[in-house]
Structures are given as C-alpha cells and as structure tokens.
Write a protein that binds this ligand. Structure first.
Ligand code: B16
Ligand code: MG
Length: 216
C-alpha cells in the first residue's frame, strides 16, 4: 500500500500568496520590514511561530494579549481574502493527478499546518478525495517537525517508507525527510532543492518518476 500526502498552501492552491499579503499588512502596522525572501521562512510554519519569526525580524516584543491580537487580526485579513475561493482556484493538474491516484489505489492524504485547511478544502470541493486529513488543529508541533506527516501515515495505515510527501516549503521538505518519507518538492525555490525530486508545479509531476523512488 502506498500513500501520497499533499501539503495544501502552495501545492494544491495558491493560498501561500494570500498568507504573504496578510502578513505584509500586519508588518506594515507593526513597522516590520518584510520581503518575499523573508516570507519563504514562513512557508509551512504555523501561525504562532510565523508571528514569532516576524517579531524577531522587527526586534519587537509583545505581551500575550497583544500577541494574540495580531494573530487574530492576521487570520481575519487572510480569511477575508480567501472568502471567494472555489474549485477554479485549484492549481491545474490537481484533479487529474488525484483521479490517477484513485485508479492506481494509491491513498491520498492532506498534511497541512493550516488551521483553515478543512474550510479551504470545502471551498475547493475536494474533501472527498482524501483518505486522511491532518491539519494545524490536530498537531502540537509545527513543521519541520514530522508530526503532521507521521499522524497522517498512522491514520492511513501506511508505512512511512511507502509515503511520498508533496511540499512547497523548506520546513515541509525537512519534515518529510525526518519522517523517512519520500520528499517531493513543488516549486523552484533554492531552499527546497534537497528534496528527492523537484517539480515546478503540481501539473508537471511525473508519476513514474515518483514511483521509481519506491523499491516495489
Ligand atoms: P493558518 P501548509 C501553512 O500551510 C502555510 O504554508 C503557512 O504559511 C501558514 O502560516 C500555516 O499554514 C498556518 O496557516 O494561519 O491558516 O492556520 O503550507 O502547511 O498547507
Ligand atoms: Mg505549503
């Protein structure tokens, strides 16, 4: 039994861009200099830890109440931005790949750091494709810790060596490697080049190349 576990933001849908825009607004309010390069360090990192990274960047200290205020604010901005998300926003190639995996009896998992993952899957109308969903509400440790993927393998009942993880973030690729799973990078950022395979986007995934990573 094999399983392919997909990250959500930046792999199946371009919500990574909205995370960037929402954090940019927060950074303007807090006068933190924030670039696209800085944003790479936030990909795959949960909300709390993302804010911690940004505060360090701006050398800012907040008390707990202020910290929670900006967390809530960021999520309000982000969820408003993705309010109109629908099936057309899926990256090209997602549905054909999922259909092919179903045909081949390869299980499909979702491994996302996002607490909004289920809501997004519903908007995209793809919930039914997944054999197991693990999101930021079910984990206590953020990527690069492998918890999100290990929990997924457990739910799927598939051995870690038989799982391939599709990720756009350095933290996610590192998590997959630590989990002893096959690490498939999606995108062209230099920080994910150390994956077992790299594809520019989900539409260019070569299934035979991924399957050639398996012994059988
Ligand atoms: P939320 P993924 C991650 O999702 C994003 O890459 C990351 O930028 C975001 O901070 C994190 O989810 C938490 O998201 O604020 O919606 O709970 O890439 O692991 O699917
Ligand atoms: Mg991602």
């Amino acid at each position: 039994m094999k399983a392919f576990i997909f990250d959500l933001d930046g792999v199946l849908v371009d919500t990574a861009h909205y995370h960037f825009l929402a954090w940019s607004e927060i950074c303007v309010s807090l006068a933190i200099p924030f670039s696209k390069e800085d944003n790479e360090k936030l990909k795959g990192i949960d909300r709390r830890n993302s804010l911690k990274i940004l505060l360090k960047l701006g050398d800012i200290k907040l008390d707990e109440t202020q910290f929670d205020y900006w967390l809530i604010k960021k999520n309000e901005i982000y969820t408003e931005m993705i309010d109109k998300l629908n099936r057309n926003d899926l990256f090209i190639g997602v549905i054909p790949l999922f259909e092919e995996l179903k045909k081949r009896n390869i299980k499909i998992g979702l491994g996302s750091a996002s607490k909004n993952a289920k809501m997004i899957l519903k908007k995209l109308d793809i919930v039914n494709y997944f054999d197991a969903i693990v999101d930021g509400n079910m984990t206590t440790l953020s990527k690069p810790d492998p918890q999100v993927f290990l929990l997924n393998a457990d739910k799927l009942g598939v051995q870690v060596e038989k799982c391939a993880v599709f990720e756009d973030s350095e933290a996610g690729i590192d998590a997959a490697i630590t989990a002893n799973m096959k690490a498939i990078a999606i995108g062209n950022d230099p920080s994910i080049k150390h994956a077992d395979l790299v594809f520019e986007n989900i539409n260019s995934v070569d299934l035979n190349k991924v399957l050639s990573l398996y012994d059988n």
